[in-house]
Design a protein around this ligand. Structure first.
Ligand SMILES: O=C(O)CCC(=O)C(=O)O
Ligand SMILES: [Fe+2]
Length: 363
């Protein structure tokens, strides 16, 4: 193909993406307009689509029951799950089932409002916004709409959170903060460090809330809900409704995370892999485009260090290091990460790769 026409095609593609983004109709808006095939900007490259079916039905990610009184058993289960899978589901966590159901319902209601109401929530991107936000991931648009709210360190002005789910967003943030604190303590005990270590490192300090909405996709073999990635932060706590779609990498296989009513999915982010000097693994995952008529709803709360100054140094926890277990990563600051300008289509493990020491660096 002549170079001129390739450039022309790319320009046309960028224009179509921009038009879709600026229309603020989202994927749900497209469906409402009656499409039965997906516009070409949603079609992912073949390498993203070649292995969409879960390759294994033998495996299931671990399920941890927080109500059991044998604390050391729970600690061992968390440690084992994070060292092998990087993921687990937690049940009997104490959050009332009715509140979980109401929360999912409220998030769903937000996305099912008319476009005119939703698009009023395209605010300053640091506070709260509604979009098909990860448009450039893998150079294709994903079959998903999202609402993002930064719930800390500066609590958002309430009017910037959509009224239809305002109460639920704030309540969910509180619930997740409590659960995350408990889990971080148990994780620290598993690692053999002071149980407040991660909290003192300000790991509960910055929270970003993302409510994903994956409506029915008429051509689920041609696109994705969310392409393969690892989470960048410390820890992610995720609620999903009963519509499946999340898959995680286990060895060379893709394993489906089966929805369990009321369970919360917990996974290791890149930063936690670094803090634990690779004891815990930040694992690749993705979400398929939704082939069910019923929409898939999920809500992720992503935890990051709240202390973000030039003098706040992060790296592998020193208690975990010894001559036999030397640091696998160099120390760094959060501004250093921000300066890298990692974009949403940077590769999985971008942060892990950024700070990993070469074998020779330890000599
Ligand atoms: O929607 C999901 O199930 C997964 C979302 C996710 O992986 C993320 O927000 O990083
Ligand atoms: Fe993720």
């Amino acid at each position: 193909m002549a170079i001129g026409s390739t450039i022309e095609m790319e320009r046309e593609w960028v224009k179509e993406v921009k038009e879709f983004d600026e229309s603020k109709m989202g994927v749900q808006g497209l469906l409402d307009s009656g499409v039965t095939t997906i516009p070409r900007i949603f079609i992912h490259p073949p390498e993203n689509l070649s292995d969409l079916q879960p390759s294994s039905t033998h495996f299931e990610i671990p399920v941890i029951d927080l109500s059991i009184t044998n604390c050391s058993k729970v600690i061992d289960q968390i440690k084992e799950s994070f060292s092998t899978w990087g993921f687990f589901q937690v049940i009997n966590h104490g959050i009332p089932m009715q509140d979980i159901e109401d929360t999912i319902k409220a998030f769903k209601s937000f996305h099912e409002q008319p476009k005119e109401i939703k698009s009023a929530y395209v605010w300053d991107q640091k506070v709260s916004y509604y979009s098909n936000f990860n448009i450039m991931w893998s150079k294709a648009v994903n079959w998903k709409d999202s609402l993002r709210v930064f719930t800390s360190p500066n609590p958002p002005k309430l009017e910037t959170i959509p009224s239809v789910c305002r109460k639920e967003v704030m309540q969910w943030d509180e619930y997740m903060k409590g659960l995350c604190e408990t889990l971080m303590e148990l994780m620290c005990e598993g690692l053999g460090v002071n149980k407040n270590r991660l909290k003192e490192l300000s790991c509960l300090g910055m929270r970003k809330f993302v409510c994903h909405y994956y409506p029915y996709c008429p051509q689920p073999d041609l696109t994705l809900g969310l392409p393969t990635h690892t989470d960048r932060g410390v820890l992610t706590l995720l609620l999903q409704n009963e519509v499946s779609g999340l898959q995680i990498k286990y060895g060379d296989e893709w394993v489906e995370v089966k929805p369990i009513h009321g369970a919360i999915i917990v996974n290791v982010g890149d930063l936690l892999q670094i803090f634990t000097n690779d004891q815990f693994k930040s694992v690749e995952h993705r979400v398929l485009a939704n082939a069910c008529k019923e929409s898939r709803v999920s809500a992720a709360v992503i935890y990051n260090p709240g202390k973000r100054g030039e003098s706040d140094i992060y790296g592998p926890l020193t208690e975990l290091l010894s001559p036999e277990n030397p640091a696998l990563y160099r120390n760094f600051t959060i501004p250093e990460i921000l300066k890298q300008g990692l974009t949403d289509d940077s590769s999985s493990k971008a942060i892990v790769d950024l700070f990993r020491l070469n074998c020779n660096d330890n000599d």
